[in-house]
Design a protein around this ligand. Structure first.
Ligand SMILES: Cc1cc2nc3c(=O)[nH]c(=O)nc-3n(C[C@H](O)[C@H](O)[C@H](O)COP(=O)(O)O)c2cc1C
Length: 336
């Protein structure tokens, strides 16, 4: 369906009414999102320990994985695919949307087909990662300079992945300007993407501040360009009220939450159920306790846990300062 014939505001709730985040969203025969809020992928944060803790507390209704890089032109072997999927088998009932990064159409398509064959429910293509190590090789967000190339990659994947597996993309608003965001969104829709997750910042904006009205304007423009293809807004959704506001202001079909999940591990569940309460200290601590339980005392383990504390309480918080200055035993005593 063309964007011209669709009404992008069809699901927008009237002022004052709240959007039904619980409404399932069927994206393909194999993938129905259980609701309109997902945990946005976070490479380095969503470790096996994180996934186990989230599964134990039943925090997530659907896995959306951090990216796996197809690394040039190679295609992973069956054993590598199974290894990558193993951590997501802890909750066999949950759909898995597996994210790939790549810039070579044939290896990206072959890799996507390999993961589809091994039971993932959806493939997501990452054209959003602004990390220098990713963009220096022409991957991730650097492709935002070339909407047509993004379209070709999406089409190549769509053509080889069975129709019952959903193909979606993760976008930022642009490389160094949001000027061509509509071209990018149209390119992926024309290529057959059936879902878009859209982070409103450009790659060069990193995680810097952008005016609130500009945030809404960009997401609304992407929603409009996407027409009938559902688009989830992403970036700075911190609570249930923020999720409702984003849908109301932009007409997006749902939200993806990233960093705020650490400060409220029940955030996805809360948004889905319309629970406007903030996370209690005990709720935050319950998740952090489980994270620490699965963390070893290596420098890497400790740094990862500190990163989680930072995301949970903020870089300027007393909790983070105290944790940074603590040795391992003190850290364990405090968070066990
Ligand atoms: C540590 C970290 C790792 C991330 N890794 C990924 C990733 O693997 N794939 C991806 O699409 N986005 C990744 N992101 C981006 C988030 O999914 C999300 O788009 C971004 O943080 C904005 O949402 P937020 O403001 O709710 O955090 C990452 C973000 C962070 C902070």
């Amino acid at each position: 369906m063309s964007s011209e014939s669709a009404d992008p505001t069809a699901e927008r709730p009237p002022d004052g009414a709240s959007f039904d985040f619980r409404a399932p969203l069927c994206l393909s025969a194999r993938l129905t999102l259980p609701g309109r809020a997902v945990l946005s992928p976070m490479q380095g944060v969503m470790t096996r320990t994180f996934l186990q803790a989230a599964a134990r507390l039943d925090l997530i209704p659907c896995w959306f994985t951090p990216f796996f890089s197809t690394g040039g032109v190679s295609v992973p072997k069956r054993a590598a695919i199974l290894r990558k999927l193993a951590p997501y088998r802890i909750h066999p009932g949950l759909p898995v949307i597996f994210q790939l990064i790549g810039r070579d159409a044939s290896s990206l398509a072959a890799t996507a087909a390999g993961f589809a064959e091994h039971g993932v429910h959806g493939i997501n293509l990452n054209f959003a990662c602004p990390s220098k190590t990713v963009t220096a090789s022409g991957n991730g967000a650097s492709l935002l300079k070339h909407p047509a190339r993004i379209g070709k990659l999406t089409k190549a994947v769509r053509e080889v992945v069975p129709r019952d597996v959903s193909v979606s993309v993760k976008l930022r608003a642009g490389w160094d300007s949001p000027d061509i965001l509509r071209d990018t969104v149209r390119a992926v829709c024309d290529a057959g993407a059936d879902w878009i997750v859209f982070h409103y910042r450009t790659a060069s904006e990193g995680y810097g501040s952008v005016d609130a009205s500009e945030r809404f304007r960009r997401i609304a423009s992407a929603v409009d360009a996407a027409g009938s293809v559902p688009l989830f807004g992403n970036g700075d959704v911190a609570d249930c009220a923020g999720a409702n506001e984003l849908v109301r202001e932009t007409g997006c079909a749902g939200v993806a939450v990233g960093r705020a999940f650490l400060s409220d591990p029940w955030l996805v569940r809360r948004i889905l159920s319309g629970d406007v309460n903030p996370a209690s200290g005990e709720e935050k601590a319950a998740f952090l306790r489980l994270l620490l339980e699965g963390t070893d005392s290596t420098k890497r383990g400790r740094n990862w846990f500190l990163e989680c504390i930072k995301m949970a309480f903020g870089a300027d918080s007393g909790e983070f300062r105290e944790a940074r200055e603590s040795d391992w035993d003190t850290l364990r005593a405090r968070w066990s």
